[in-house]
Design a protein around this ligand. Structure first.
Ligand code: ADP
Ligand code: MG
Length: 698
């Protein structure tokens, strides 16, 4: 298995070099461990009438009815009408039309193989393989063959997938079951009746049958997820053994006075549960690393605040980091307000705090005068030194990188602060088990009582005047309104123009002095942004025109209408975050999604999801399905989702099983001492480097 790839019969030095360069295949083993990504299935025929939008590669048998050249210039194409007894489908060629037309005969029976394309509700097969059915080959040999990822270069060197298949066959002629060691404990293989690792790998390349292939894929997926979970959870065990944390044994004046005298509402059951979970962590003597997930408006801030008071009650400092200056400021104001009379010194630090003010603040922080520090990334800078930081909270964590979180750990030595990461981006369970597999996770799955659900409507440009009318009605009732425009790095200038045009139109429609409008966008100076924001917060302005800078955190309970322009350009999680800005007061709130009339299928589904539900977890699941795990916010930098076979959307059950088994093993035998676990120990040791990056994530 570790033989160098060029020694494989049929490879040699030139092709060997190619395989190394293009596909990182260095050894026989590497070749076997790059799996096919699909199979050409010519064992069965599909019926045209049964095809639908989800159909992919199909083999059809029927009569070529017509053949004609349509369109001109770049859209010129040869179109064949192909029918069987159940329906009709178009075959389309954009290239080589002349030769194809010459070689085909209308009225004859053909076998066609290709990938279904759907366009404007119509199905077709572009550039199909097509073969005539005649006396010599009436029965075309049925075949089932793997297809491998390839590149132009490999193809040009004769390493297309047929050649790959041949190489794999050659390897299997040379090796035996002993060469591919079993990696899973015997009892797991038995429990799930998995094929052996050898059989699984053989069958994924050279399937004996569909059933054998399915079983092999399932086993290999399990293996992929199982070792990932084992590693993540093992990290957690390691950390818990080796990293101490401060003990917060008591709840004292600060916590209790806040709870009994200051808190204006009853905590929800979910908030209480989470506070209890955190309290357990901070009494354990082990450093807490907890992720707190809760939908927008679920009341994470007050939980964070009460946890900070636990730290203070035990003589430690606490800090809270927010991703933007506006949000940090807002936390600072609301927290200062809610702590009034408790004699707690709260500091604020952002890039804008400079000179003497900064110096004084840093001194007060270092000597322990400041008990709670609230701020932006500026907190992470080296000159910011705490006296005894016992707890660090980051709000809306997906904006923070891994390296930044590591810096937080370093803010207190030798014992790192407890870390609580709060996020309003609900992450589907399958993802959080993977990305945050080694963190403890708490969920606030309950909104404070009395919230009216937000009515969400989808409107197009034709409805513009009625939307203006509606805005006027709401303003007359004393409400405030957000109008949000997309801002995307690549088209920033155009986006800004868009916002400015929108602002002009609104200014005409909502003239002064009757109406006042605020504008906030990314190109403004922080100071001006703050002023505009403040005017809106204070109710001086009724309309806030903004780019997504308001996406995170701002809290204006009187704002009850959210109008999103160019909705189709926002991602689902962004839309959900934006909508969460309204519905915070007691009034009926509205979210109006403006879009153009013509929408892609995906945009339609995104908007449809928003109209249908306000549940963040449901939206996150839909997002995962629409975009796949790699694109979900918070996952990009992790690299953890580069699975060979696993699809987190489809394989949630396997993941669940793999995680449960990994947990059970670590509970009983965390160091893999038991003879049943010998192969686990060996496998993890051998693949140590491969797993290294994962430990960075926490
Ligand atoms: P999040 O940060 O989770 O989006 P916030 O902490 O900003 O939510 O809370 C949203 C609003 O709900 C705030 O005005 C807060 O004071 C209020 N709130 C929080 N918890 C409760 C509760 N248990 N009952 C009533 N109101 C609450
Ligand atoms: Mg918040």
């Amino acid at each position: 298995m570790s033989s160098s790839i060029e020694y494989l019969k049929g490879v040699g030095p030139t092709k060997g070099e190619m395989l190394k360069k293009e596909l990182s295949i260095f050894t026989f083993g590497d070749l076997l461990l790059q799996f096919p990504f699909r199979y050409i299935d010519k064992t069965k025929f599909h019926r045209i009438g049964a095809l639908n939008r989800d159909s992919e590669y199909v083999q059809l048998r029927g009569i070529l009815r017509r053949l004609s050249t349509l369109g001109d210039g770049r859209s010129k194409r040869l179109v064949g009408v192909f029918r069987d007894e159940t329906g009709i489908i178009e075959l389309i060629w954009f290239k080589g039309a002349y030769w194809i037309e010459q070689s085909l005969q209308v009225g004859c029976e053909y076998v066609v193989y290709g990938k279904i394309n759907h366009f404007n509700g119509k199905l077709s097969i572009p550039h199909p393989e097509i073969e005539i059915v005649n006396d010599q080959n009436t029965i075309l040999a049925p075949s089932f063959a793997p297809v491998y990822p390839s590149t132009e270069k490999l193809n040009s060197k004769g390493l297309h997938h047929k050649a790959r298949r041949k190489l794999i066959q050659t390897i299997f002629e040379k090796i035996s079951a002993l060469d591919i060691a079993e990696t899973l404990p015997e009892y797991i293989v038995e429990k799930y009746q998995f094929p052996s690792r050898f059989d699984a790998i053989k069958n994924i390349h050279l399937p004996q049958s569909q059933a054998a292939l399915n079983a092999s894929i399932k086993r290999l997926k399990f293996e992929e997820l199982f070792f990932l979970q084992l590693r993540l959870l093992r990290n957690k065990v390691d950390r818990k053994r080796s990293i101490k944390g401060y003990v917060f044994p008591k709840l004292d004046n600060y916590f209790n006075r806040f709870f009994y005298e200051k808190l204006k509402f009853e905590l929800t059951g979910a908030q209480k549960r989470v506070i209890r979970e955190i309290r357990m962590d901070t009494r354990s003597g082990i450093q807490m690393n907890r992720l707190l997930q809760g939908d927008v408006g679920s009341g994470k801030t007050v939980v964070g605040l009460m946890v900070m008071l636990m730290a203070l009650d035990n003589g430690y400092q606490a800090c809270m980091l927010a991703p933007t200056a506006i949000l940090a400021q807002q936390h600072f104001i609301s927290i200062t307000e809610s702590l009034e009379g408790l004699d707690i010194v709260v500091g604020f630090l952002a890039g804008s705090v400079k000179g003497k003010k900064r110096k004084a603040l840093l001194e007060a922080l270092a000597d322990g005068t400041i008990q709670i520090l609230i701020g932006t990334h500026a907190i992470l800078e080296d000159p910011v030194i705490f006296n005894n930081l016992g707890l660090a909270i980051t709000d809306e964590q997906h904006r923070f990188g891994v390296a930044q979180r590591a810096k937080l750990w370093g803010k207190n030595k030798p014992i790192p602060p407890h870390v609580l990461v709060m996020t309003a981006t609900p992450i589907p369970r399958t993802l959080s088990m993977t990305i945050y597999g080694d963190l403890d996770v708490s969920v606030i799955d309950e909104l404070p009582p009395g919230r009216k659900s937000i009515k969400t409507l989808h409107k197009t440009e034709n409805n513009r005047l009625r939307v203006f009318g509606f805005m006027k009605e709401e303003i007359a009732k004393g409400r405030q309104i957000y109008v949000v425009y997309p801002l995307i790095e690549e088209s920033a200038t155009l986006d800004l123009q868009n916002l400015e045009q929108g602002y002009e139109v609104l200014s005409r429609e909502f003239p002064k002095p009757e109406f006042q409008i605020s504008v906030v966008h990314g190109r403004m100076k922080a100071k001006d942004k703050d002023i505009e924001m403040q005017r809106f917060v204070e109710g001086v302005t009724q309309i806030m025109v903004a780019t997504t800078v308001i996406e995170v955190g701002v809290n204006v309970p009187n704002a009850s209408v959210m109008i999103i322009e160019n909705t189709e350009r926002f991602g689902l999680s962004q839309l959900h975050q934006l909508r969460g800005r309204v519905g915070r007061g007691g009034e009926q709130s509205f979210c109006i999604l403006m879009s153009s009339f013509k929408l892609s299928q995906e945009a339609k589904e995104r908007i449809g999801t928003m109209v249908r539900t306000t549940n963040g977890f449901e939206i996150a699941e839909a997002d995962l399905k629409l975009r796949g795990p790699g694109k979900i916010e918070g996952t990009q930098q992790s690299g953890i989702l580069d699975f060979k076979l696993v699809d987190l959307v489809k394989d949630a059950k396997i993941l669940q099983a793999a995680r449960e088994i990994a947990i059970a093993i670590l509970e009983k035998d965390p160091d893999f001492i038991h003879p049943d676990h010998l192969n686990l120990r060996q496998y993890l040791k051998k693949n140590k480097n491969k797993f290294k990056q994962w430990s960075l994530i926490s």
